[in-house]
Design a protein around this ligand. Structure first.
Ligand SMILES: Nc1ncnc2c1ncn2[C@@H]1O[C@H](COP(=O)(O)OP(=O)(O)O)[C@@H](O)[C@H]1O
Ligand SMILES: [Mg+2]
Length: 282
């Protein structure tokens, strides 16, 4: 079932986990984000869809405080749990990053360190925001592996990234992202490099993490087809502006913006009706 369509109201922004109103410009080039207004509600999966170059990763980096504010002009606000992320100092952002807001990127094998066993990489992730005994650490990282349906025995923990399949490596990255049970997980094209079957499995995993832990997910993709199965709402980003934002089923079945209509029409393999069926079956 879908939640009722939510429009941006003062109340939904106030109650939101994150509420952004943002413009970003790199140097003296034209703005990359132009007055983007986006709210992420607690526990929802929000899809952010747009073509390559539309500004998706810029938005993700701004939320994570990874924009170089000396060189990049970021105007507006990004409220998250009562603080404006755009005005927080680096130390405060470091404390949020990986603990309250985590990121999963596209290519698992290049995001993991090939020279370190995954136990070492998971332990480092845990120690970045926690202190305690090795037993506490190992118990938490084993739970994180179990939450992404990976083995958590010593044999698996001793593996190097190259000894795993791409799908397993992506699950390890997701395990790292959820070690501290963040309130918001940002998946930036996290399934784009995977074959279709692995992609479907990882999408299912995101949905499970969302349902099991109430973790909100900002699911970023250039692929509108992939959002149908997992996103409650979807925002369509076109040339730095959000041109459509609403309930996924509604956007897929009756897109109001001409650009969304073109996106849907450009998908030859899946007729629009099957998106709706997939979305409705969730
Ligand atoms: N650090 C940067 N410096 C200058 N331009 C950038 C930088 N990062 C991104 N851009 C430009 O901003 C635009 C949006 O990029 P990006 O946010 O990566 O889009 P997307 O993730 O949707 O592909 C592109 O034109 C890109 O070239
Ligand atoms: Mg990108």
């Amino acid at each position: 079932m879908f939640r009722n369509d939510r429009v941006l109201t003062d109340k939904s922004q106030r109650d939101a986990l994150l509420s952004a109103h943002l413009s970003v410009q790199y140097g003296n080039k034209p703005p990359v984000l132009r007055g983007v207004q986006l709210d992420i509600q607690h526990g929802e999966v929000l899809g952010l869809i747009g073509q390559s170059g539309s500004g998706k990763s810029t938005l993700a980096m701004a939320i994570l405080g990874l924009i170089d504010r000396k060189r990049v002009d970021a105007q507006g606000s990004i409220f998250f749990e009562g603080s404006d992320l755009l005005t927080l100092r680096e130390a405060a952002l470091r404390s949020l990053r990986g603990r309250k807001i985590a990121l999963v990127l596209q290519s698992p094998l290049s995001s993991l360190n090939p020279a370190l066993k995954i136990r070492t990489q998971l332990r480092e992730t845990w120690r970045a925001h926690a202190s305690g005994s090795s037993a506490d650490c190992d118990s938490t990282i084993r739970k994180a592996l179990e939450s992404v349906s990976l083995p958590s025995d010593d044999d698996f923990l001793r593996k190097y990234p190259a000894q795993m399949s791409v799908g397993q490596a992506q699950r390890v990255l997701i395990a790292m992202a959820v070690v501290h049970r963040p309130a918001l997980l940002i998946a930036d094209e996290a399934t784009s490099a995977l074959d279709v079957i692995t992609q479907a499995e990882i999408l299912k995993l995101f949905r499970e993490l969302n349902q099991n832990f109430g973790m909100a997910i900002l699911y970023i993709s250039h692929d509108l087809a992939s959002v149908a199965g997992i996103c409650d709402r979807v925002a369509i980003l076109h040339q730095g502006e959000i041109v459509e934002f609403g309930n996924t089923q509604k956007v897929l079945t009756s897109p109001s913006h001409e650009y969304t209509q073109r996106l849907l029409a450009a998908m030859p393999r899946m007729p629009q009706a099957s998106f709706a069926a997939k979305a409705a079956a969730r």
